[in-house]
Design a protein around this ligand. Structure first.
Ligand SMILES: O=P(O)(O)OC[C@@H](O)[C@@H](O)c1c[nH]c2ccccc12
Length: 257
């Protein structure tokens, strides 16, 4: 059993206990779309990540609304919010709080196995969901992808190796994330992006997003230089004294050249 198997197993238990989503729709500010942003210019998908199984507590007590506002003000392309409670100390309420105050896309970062989670994410204000190829059967992946798209959500399809990339391409995913972290062993290497980018077809409006393990402006530069239009950054922004600066530096002319 890997940690990923454990997490997925808890998801099936969790979804049985979800309270039905209320009938009152919340009035969220209108949001832009991530694909359009990344087709035009590079960007940082900035994450709210209180803790993680590989790093333990990162910043559990944090004003996430203030943090999200900093991300938006600095020009983040989107905000990712970890909603898993057990392993990441996040919550669907975290996502909802963020979605209420920003006009950039909001990604529900969780391990989706069921349409119930997709609905719940959208109800809480998410405009993007994550689907992890390594965590899903092919049919299940296709079903959830079709379902989310039919609901008007954007879908980020996450891969970690060549085979998974092919699965994402078969789905015709437009937002493809290469996770530099192996979710089974936690090994991280940003070289993974460079490797997989070699077989990435940069056509059809598809964009490549490099996820995890980026700490410096040079890391961002490396990802962009290897074909990424977007980078997904969690820990570095959560630990930074000045996350706005981090984002601005990683999106400056110099960094994206
Ligand atoms: O904190 P980092 O190393 O910057 O990583 C952010 C993000 O990529 C990572 O949180 C992530 C990528 N894919 C995931 C899937 C599930 C949970 C978490 C993730």
């Amino acid at each position: 059993m890997t940690i990923l198997d454990d997490i997925i197993a808890t998801k099936y238990e969790e979804i049985k206990m979800y309270k039905p989503v209320g009938v009152n729709a919340i009035d969220f500010p209108q949001k832009t779309t991530l694909l359009e942003h990344l087709q035009k210019r590079n960007g940082v998908i900035s994450e709210i990540k209180r803790a993680s199984p590989s790093k333990g507590d990162i910043k559990v007590e944090i004003d996430i609304v203030a943090q999200a506002k900093k991300y938006e003000k600095a020009g983040a392309a989107a905000i990712s919010v970890l909603t898993d409670e057990l392993y990441f100390k996040g919550s669907i309420d975290d996502l909802c709080e963020v979605a209420k105050v920003v006009s950039i896309p909001v990604l529900c970062k969780d391990f989706m196995v069921s349409e119930i989670q997709v609905d719940r994410a959208q109800h809480a204000g998410a405009t993007i969901i994550l689907l992890i190829v390594a965590a899903l059967e092919k049919q299940q992946l296709k079903r959830l992808n079709d379902y989310a798209l039919s609901k008007g959500l954007e879908v980020l399809v996450e891969v970690h190796d060549e085979q998974e990339l092919q699965v994402a391409l078969e789905l015709d995913a437009k937002l493809v994330g290469i996770n530099n972290r192996d979710l089974k062993t936690f090994d991280v290497s940003i070289e993974r992006t460079a490797q997989l980018a070699k077989s990435f077809p940069f056509d059809g409006g598809r964009v490549l997003i490099s996820e995890s393990g980026m700490h410096t402006k040079e890391d961002a530069q490396f990802a962009y230089a290897n074909g990424a239009s977007g980078i997904l950054v969690g820990e570095a922004l959560m630990r930074s004294e000045n996350p706005g600066n981090w984002i601005r530096q990683a999106t400056s002319e110099e960094a994206v050249r």
